[in-house]
Design a protein around this ligand. Sequence first.
Ligand SMILES: Nc1ncnc2c1ncn2[C@@H]1O[C@H](COP(=O)(O)OP(=O)(O)OP(=O)(O)O)[C@@H](O)[C@H]1O
Ligand SMILES: [Mg+2]
Length: 153
Amino acid sequence: MQWPDEAATAAFAARLAAQPAVQDAFVTLHGDLGAGKTTLVRHLLRALGVQGRIKSPTYAVVEPHAVDTRQPPLAIWHFDFYRFDDPREWEDAGFRDIFASRGLKLAEWPEKAGALLPPADLAITIAAQIDEGREVHIAANTPRGQALLEKLT
Ligand SMILES: Nc1ncnc2c1ncn2[C@@H]1O[C@H](COP(=O)(O)OP(=O)(O)OP(=O)(O)O)[C@@H](O)[C@H]1O
Ligand SMILES: [Mg+2]
């Protein structure tokens, strides 16, 4: 799939947000520094109804968001494992509990958490091209992901 500009990234985020199954999905985001992983997450959060300033995870590996205006309320967990280097944090910071709970989980740099992560429903790989273009590949690893992918392609 091609996203010729950031508006196309936003349009994809809106289509993903419109799928009810996304509310309990685990989506990993792959690609180099500056590929557009956080940008996709931000558009997705907006499309799902997150208001106000959207903070990104930096020193904390996870930034939680809640959309209380939805029925039922939606919990979203935005992980960035770029600086994740201590596997003990997985238990200590409650990541296991997050993945066992309801809500949308999004993860940048999932490679850095290795085998601690469950299989992603969707794995989205973004590669920057010239200018604003992005070459995007989406893989589904679960039945939920497969159903989502069929609606998106
Ligand atoms: N089509 C596009 N889709 C997404 N972002 C784009 C696009 N075109 C240009 N950009 C710009 O590219 C940059 C992508 O940065 P972003 O922080 O999203 O990357 P990232 O993959 O999260 O990097 P990192 O690995 O450092 O977290 C942003 O400045 C964004 O505005
Ligand atoms: Mg990022």
